[in-house]
Design a protein around this ligand. Structure first.
Ligand SMILES: Nc1nc2c(c(=O)[nH]1)N[C@H]1C(S)=C(S)[C@@H](COP(=O)(O)O)O[C@H]1N2
Ligand SMILES: [Mo]
Length: 311
């Protein structure tokens, strides 16, 4: 007999969660009494854009951070450097229409409307840990698409060894860009095998709804085994390159932030320890895991590399 071993990211059959279950969960999130609220509100009033998202096994045993914390404690320096700034100012960002310029080593370069890029893709729910380099963390139920499914549409050539991403530059809506805190626009990059890894995601939703602006609307990267700064928000450019691309934090503080930025509790930041982290909402700190707990999936990507010098 042939028994198919399911990888954690593969879909569970019959696991498109019923609308009712989601409604209940959303009421729990909102702190409403389930019975009372269900009677008072029609299903449609609570239904989110991605309530039908395909559930995956990723993070099924994790306790997600509250929607309130996920959307009010943010790093998005285009809107200011305080954790509360993105929530305060990101509503100014226009996310529709939105297009992404695709360039570099691929057969299908061009500028594509976001709807065309997303057309025909199944939206999944994946619950991932997010570990910021500043030693705090969250657990986020993302809705989105495996990044490889998007990238392969543009047919990267064999010369494409890396892929680089840029955030929107629009200082009229993003007041933080009027200061030279970073050499705008924010840029990030991955090695091609990292970008095509099944864990890497393009997120367009959180908790079953459209992704809030402060979390990187309308589309952002999620690379759960790397420090949060690699997961670039509000993407408008994707370029396939032969050489390792520039990255904003490496340009700003090269001795503190490398290209790889894999979560590693044994390599301290020059100014603080990375051994532990504080999960937002928790009081005590917990030990940080190698590759943020995703070592069995991704460690082999770095075989033969010295993880202390490729920080
Ligand atoms: N464009 C852009 N992307 C960004 C950032 C930013 O300042 N600008 N901050 C990064 C950092 S440091 C982290 S920890 C995560 C935070 O994502 P969250 O606010 O959704 O939790 O976004 C990353 N992506
Ligand atoms: Mo971060």
């Amino acid at each position: 007999m042939l028994i198919k071993v399911r990888k954690p990211w593969e879909l569970r059959e019959q696991d498109v969660t019923s609308q009712q279950l989601y409604v209940n969960r959303r009421q729990v999130i909102a702190g409403l009494g389930i019975a009372g609220a269900a009677a008072a509100l029609p299903v449609s009033a609570l239904a989110g854009a991605f309530d039908g998202a395909i559930k995956t096994d990723w993070g099924k045993d994790e306790l997600p951070t509250s929607l309130k914390d996920i959307t009010s404690y943010n790093n998005f320096y285009e809107f200011g450097t305080d954790k509360g700034d993105p929530k305060k100012y990101a509503h100014k960002l226009t996310t529709d229409p939105w297009s992404i310029k695709i360039s570099g080593e691929c057969a299908k370069p061009g500028t594509y409307a976001l709807e065309d890029i997303l057309k025909g893709q199944d939206v999944e729910e994946r619950i991932y840990r997010l570990r910021c380099v500043e030693a705090w963390s969250m657990v986020v139920p993302w809705n989105g698409i495996q990044l490889s499914e998007i990238l392969k549409k543009f047919e990267p050539t064999s010369k494409a060894k890396y892929v680089s991403f840029k955030t929107l530059y629009r200082p009229k809506e993003m007041w933080g860009q009027r200061r030279n805190f970073i050499d705008w626009p924010y840029e990030e990059g991955l090695r091609m095998d990292e970008a095509m890894h099944p864990l890497t995601m393009a997120a367009i939703g959180i908790y079953g709804d459209t992704i809030p602006n402060q979390n990187g609307a309308p589309i952002r990267l999620v690379v759960p085994w790397k420090y949060g700064f690699k997961s670039i928000k509000s993407i408008v450019e994707i370029e396939f390159t032969e050489k390792e691309p520039r990255t904003s934090w490496n340009i700003r503080l090269p001795r503190e932030y490398g290209f790889y930025a894999n979560v590693n509790p044994t390599v301290d930041h020059p100014r603080w320890s990375q051994a532990k982290e504080r999960r937002i909402g928790d009081f005590f700190r917990t030990p940080t895991k190698m590759f943020n707990g995703y070592a069995s999936e991704v460690a082999s990507l770095y075989d033969g590399m010295d993880l202390r010098s490729f920080y």
